[in-house]
Ligand binder design. Sequence first.
Ligand code: GLN
Length: 253
Amino acid sequence: MQKLTIFHLYPDAMNLYGDLGNITTLIRRMHERAIDVDLLDIKRGDKADFKYADIVFMGGGQDRGQKAIAGDLSKRGKEIKSEIEKGLVALTICGGFQLFGKYFKTSEGEMIEGISVFDAYTVGSDKRCIGNIVIDTSEQKWSSNSRTLVGFENHSGLTHLEGNTRPLGKVVIGYGNTGEKKYEGAVYKNAYGTYLHGPVLPKNPHFTYHLILSALRRLYGNSASLKKIDDSIEVAAHEAAVARAKTAKTVHI
Ligand code: GLN
């Protein structure tokens, strides 16, 4: 039986707007395909060897949560980065995404160091980008008919990408990385950063599919494939969320 191991970073401090649902979705979609799953919650001070991780996940967190875990994360930074270079799959949301970049400078001017998986930096602003968001991910070479990801964003940090780090998508509705309705998220190898809460995976089944398939291929070789399973409910949720986002107004406060 195939098995994948998920490392969940700081579930106690980094979990906003249903981010934990991403873990539930990954596990559920693997079980439905008869893939066994090991889930390891990693809290501050816990021992963890990232050589055994197939998927790393870190959710969003308020500045307070980010400050609390940044020191512990930085000790693991070298090891995580070295596995990412070897194709480790990672999904990081909002505050987690920011700390997988170089740094987050809060609106009070406090520096929170990140681990530089993404060539990106985040600066806190005095506006907050809140609302439903839809991004166009046609640039991603995923085997899927769907070209959009849908979610909910709520951040004051504005993220700027540099170097080899590409955006995850183009903003269709919402604010995105810099609040200017341009690009959203970041991709480096198999590591993804995004502002999309919601949680993102349940209503974007093609993204879930892509993450699981990438992890499977890294572990079992490129011939590994992923059984297509019924995702009509998830696709309907995706379409409903896109339709709702079109009618809703995004707000700055
Ligand atoms: N504290 C960060 C910001 O507001 C991250 C918030 C979040 O994870 N939703 O930019």
